[in-house]
Design a protein around this ligand. Structure first.
Ligand SMILES: Cc1cc2nc3c(=O)[nH]c(=O)nc-3n(C[C@H](O)[C@H](O)[C@H](O)COP(=O)(O)OP(=O)(O)OC[C@H]3O[C@@H](n4cnc5c(N)ncnc54)[C@H](O)[C@@H]3O)c2cc1C
Length: 413
C-alpha cells in the first residue's frame, strides 16, 4: 500500500461542476490547491456530468467570462431568447423576451457533460493545482491550524493536509457529515425525468415552462435543434412513464405539453431524480466551507442551483485570492475569512431557496381558487413590468451584491 502526503492551502472534495470550477478559479489565483474526485472524470459514468441540461443565467455567463472560460464555452452553448410560461388547464400565460429585458439572451443552455468536460480539460495547465481522481475522501480531522484528510485512491491510501477544506461533494456530503453539520430536508414527493429530444417545430431559442397538477415541465433549447426536457411527476407516475417505449412516452408527453413544438422525436436516454430540498444549517464551520449541493440542493423548477453555486464560488474565490495576494503566507482557513464569506452569501442563499420553494408550492396545489389566482397571476404578470423584471432578474442571476467575477472581471484586477 503506497502512502503519499500532500500539503496545500485549500483541499476541495468533489470535482463535479462546482468543485472543478472552484479549482479552476483558485488555480488562476495561484493558490496551492488539491482537488479530490471519487470518479474518473474521463469516464462517462461520472454522475455529475450526465445528460442534464443546465440553464446558465447571464450572471453566470459573466463569472465564466471573468474566469476566462467563456471563450471555450460560447461555442457550445445555446442562447435562450424567450421563456414561455403557462399552466395546464388554465387561461393565463406569460412570456419573458430577451429584447424586452434589454439583453441579447436571457441565459444559455449547456449539457452538464459538455460543461464538465470543458472545465476539467483546463485543469491540467496549472502548477499550483493537483487533481487526484479517482480518489475518495474517507475521513477528516482538524488538529490545531490544519485539516487532515484520509483519502482512498486506486493505488492505496494517502493523506492530504490543508488550511481549508471545501465541501463540493454533493447532497450526501462526506465533509459535511465529518464536520457534524446538520441539514434540513424537505421531500417534494416529485421525481424529475430528464432527457434530450428533437421536436418537429424548431425551438428558435424559445424555452417553455409549463406548470401541471403533477409538477412543472420544462423544455430548454439546445444546440443542433435539440431540446433538454425536465418533466416532473409524482413518483408513481414517473415510474409508469419511464417504462413506456419511446412512442408511448412521446404521446404521453405531448398530451401534457400540447402541440406547440409539433411531434417529439429522437428521445435520448432518460434518467430519474427524486426531488428534495436539502439545506445545511450553516455555510461554514471550523476550517471548512460548504458549496453547491453540499450547502443547498434545490428543486430544479427555476434552474437556480448551479447559478447560485457559481455566485458562491465567485465570492469565496475573491476572498481567498485577496487574502493570498495581500500576504502569501496568510492562513486561508482563518475564522474571520469564513465569517466574512458566510455573511456575504447567506441572504442570496436564503432568497433563492425561498423563491424556488415558493414557486413549487404555489404551483403544486390543485385548489380551484388557487388555480384561478395562478391563472390571473400569470396573465397580470405579463402586464406588470415590475413583477416580470424581478423574476427575469432572478432567472438571469442579477439580484444581490456582485463580486468581481460576477461583474465579468478577473479575480486579480
Ligand atoms: C434535473 C435537474 C436539473 C437542473 N437544472 C439546473 C439548471 O438549469 N440550472 C442550474 O443552475 N442548476 C440546475 N440544477 C442543479 C445543478 O445540477 C446542481 O446545482 C449541481 O449539479 C451541483 O453540483 P455539485 O458539484 O455541487 O454536486 P454534484 O454534481 O453532486 O457533484 C459532487 C461531486 O463530488 C464527488 N464526491 C462525492 N463524494 C465524494 C468523496 N467522498 N470524495 C471525493 N469526491 C466525492 C462526486 O463524485 C461528484 O463528482 C439541476 C438539478 C437537477 C437535479
Amino acid at each position: 500500500m503506497s502512502s503519499i502526503n500532500l500539503k496545500c492551502d485549500v483541499l476541495i472534495v468533489g470535482g463535479g461542476l462546482v468543485g472543478s470550477t472552484l479549482a479552476y478559479a483558485l488555480a488562476q489565483a495561484k493558490i496551492s490547491t488539491v482537488l479530490l474526485e471519487a470518479h474518473d472524470p474521463d469516464f462517462l459514468e461520472q454522475p455529475s456530468f450526465d445528460d442534464r441540461v443546465t440553464a446558465l443565467a447571464n450572471g453566470s455567463q459573466r463569472i465564466f467570462q471573468g474566469l476566462g472560460l467563456w471563450d471555450a464555452l460560447k461555442e457550445v452553448v445555446e442562447p435562450i431568447k424567450s421563456i414561455h410560461i403557462s399552466e395546464r388547464g388554465c387561461f393565463g400565460t406569460s412570456k419573458i423576451i430577451a429584447e424586452e429585458e434589454g439583453v441579447s439572451a436571457l441565459g444559455y443552455t449547456i449539457e452538464n457533460r459538455v460543461l464538465g468536460d470543458k472545465v476539467w480539460s483546463q485543469l491540467s495547465e496549472f502548477n499550483s493545482l493537483t487533481c487526484l481522481a479517482p480518489a475518495k475522501l474517507d475521513c477528516l480531522s482538524i488538529v490545531n491550524d490544519a485539516v487532515t484528510a484520509g483519502v482512498k485512491t486506486k493505488s492505496g491510501r494517502c493523506k492530504v493536509q490543508a488550511k481549508l477544506v471545501v465541501a463540493a461533494d454533493g447532497v450526501r456530503s462526506k465533509v459535511r457529515e465529518e464536520m457534524g453539520i446538520s441539514v434540513q430536508e424537505y421531500t417534494y414527493e416529485q421525481h424529475a425525468i430528464i432527457f434530450n429530444c428533437q421536436t418537429e417545430i424548431m425551438h428558435h431559442g424559445q424555452a417553455f415552462e409549463r406548470f401541471t397538477s403533477n409538477g412543472p415541465l420544462a423544455f430548454l433549447p439546445l444546440r443542433r435543434d435539440r431540446m433538454g426536457v425536465v418533466w416532473t411527476l409524482d413518483p408513481k407516475q414517473a415510474e409508469k412513464v419511464i417504462s413506456l417505449d419511446n412512442k408511448q412516452f412521446a404521446l404521453e408527453l405531448k398530451s401534457v405539453f400540447g402541440s406547440r413544438l409539433g411531434r417529439i422525436n429522437r428521445i435520448g436516454s432518460r434518467a430519474t431524480y427524486p426531488l428534495k430540498r436539502v439545506r445545511s444549517d450553516v455555510l461554514t464551520a471550523r476550517r471548512s466551507v460548504l458549496l453547491g449541493n453540499a450547502a443547498l440542493s434545490l428543486h430544479p423548477v427555476a434552474g437556480q442551483g448551479f447559478n447560485l453555486a457559481l455566485r458562491d464560488i465567485a465570492a469565496i474565490a475573491e476572498l481567498l485570492a485577496d487574502t493570498n495576494h495581500a500576504d502569501s503566507k496568510a492562513d486561508l482557513g482563518n475564522d474571520e475569512l469564513l465569517a466574512c464569506y458566510q455573511a456575504s452569501r447567506l441572504a442570496d442563499q436564503r432568497r433563492v431557496s425561498q423563491f424556488t420553494h415558493g414557486l413549487v408550492r404555489l404551483f403544486g396545489y390543485n385548489s380551484g381558487l388557487l388555480a384561478m389566482t395562478r391563472g390571473l397571476g400569470l396573465m397580470t404578470f405579463d402586464l406588470l413590468p415590475g413583477a416580470k423584471a424581478t423574476l427575469a432578474r432572478q432567472t438571469m442571476g442579477l439580484n444581490g451584491r456582485l463580486s468581481r467575477l460576477s461583474r465579468g472581471l478577473p479575480l486579480s484586477s
